[in-house]
Design a binder for this molecule. Structure first.
Ligand code: CMP
Length: 138
């Protein structure tokens, strides 16, 4: 089991000014930031990041949304990082997310759901590598 996960604070949350509050939530839950950047994806880059969802009906909408504004990308460290982070953010659909989770607090819909969290150790490594070189990790 790896101790790292990857997250993005999505354009809906950065647009609403929730970036600081969400980061505070993450750090208070015991995650350490190993790498972080404020950036904006092109549609091509968002398409590549979410390539595993290419055949899904919501892929076009997802790519358009994820390239619609700035995001914060980060590699986070904590024991049992992937599972603990998914618990912290709550269900993909905020309507089904538990009270107190980041998506319950900050997300509006299944498409615009404030944060991404890797779903496996393998994907956490792939997603972290997508955004960060070795020189950008501390
Ligand atoms: P994320 O964890 O970033 O990974 C894939 C994303 O696809 C997911 O969050 C949602 O934001 C999005 N997604 C999943 N299901 C739907 C859906 N039914 N409609 C629109 N977007 C979706």
């Amino acid at each position: 089991m790896s101790n790292r996960t990857f997250t993005m604070i999505k354009p809906d949350a950065t647009r609403k000014g929730d970036t600081g509050a969400i980061l505070n939530h993450i750090v208070k839950a015991g995650f350490t930031v190993k790498a972080m950047k404020w950036t904006k994806l092109t549609a091509e880059q968002a398409g590549l990041f979410y390539e595993i969802h290419k055949e899904r009906p919501f892929y076009g909408e997802l790519v358009e949304f994820m390239s619609s504004g700035p995001i914060v990308a980060a590699i986070l460290e904590k024991e049992n990082a992937v599972a603990d982070f998914r618990k912290l953010i709550g269900a993909t659909n905020p309507a089904q997310a538990e009270e107190g989770t980041i998506r319950k607090l900050y997300a509006a819909s299944v498409g615009e759901n404030a944060v991404h969290g890797s779903d496996s150790d393998e994907n956490a490594a792939i997603e972290g590598d997508f955004f960060f070189s070795k020189l950008e990790r501390f």
